[in-house]
Write a protein that binds this ligand. Sequence first.
Ligand code: ATP
Ligand code: MG
Length: 201
Amino acid sequence: MVSDEQKKQNHKERQQKLKEKVDERIAAATEDKGLLLVITGNGKGKSTSGFGMITRSVGHGLKAGIIQFIKGTWECGELNLLKQHGVKSHVMNTGFTWETQNKEADTAAAQLAWQEAKLLLQDPDIHIILLDELTYMVTYGYIELDDVIEALNNRPAMQHVVITGRACHRKLIELADTVSEVQSIKHAFDNGIRVQKGVDW
Ligand code: ATP
Ligand code: MG
């Protein structure tokens, strides 16, 4: 039988070893860099993650920009708030593509939003940019993948960019520094519950 005292001691030793390993890894990570982050997958939490990073940045006094490539039917709570804190933003003036059903209009709206995104991507005073739902623009061919890659590669060295949306193109995933895939385990919508203010928009 292992005594309670021995269990406590074993736990302490394991935690101490773990702390040493974590401290080593923290000490080894010394670089600073403008990061490209991709938040993709079918689960809920992609845009809220992107908006969360913008909010964090604004909380630190950093300058941020947001381009929303698909305007939902509901106004966006985070954007309402962040605009009051000087965040530059542009919202594509069309709804979901299955609602507009007009490829030319969608392409024109996407291109307009992309021009605004490119201005931010050339501005060294902007610390972080959220390109919300950009993945669909590339998938639908509204914006050229090569154009996106070029603009990302030529952006200021310390500028962070967050791309969100399902089914992100493989080349953007390769280019990114940090990629998270949000997996859906269940969603209230599947049980007939409509979108809820504050949780979904
Ligand atoms: P959020 O903005 O809540 O972080 P998201 O960006 O991950 O969500 P989108 O695909 O952009 O997800 O969809 C936005 C809307 O669709 C939100 O209202 C969200 O709750 C809902 N939604 C997200 N994932 C699912 C899902 N797996 N099934 C049904 N509805 C979903
Ligand atoms: Mg989203």
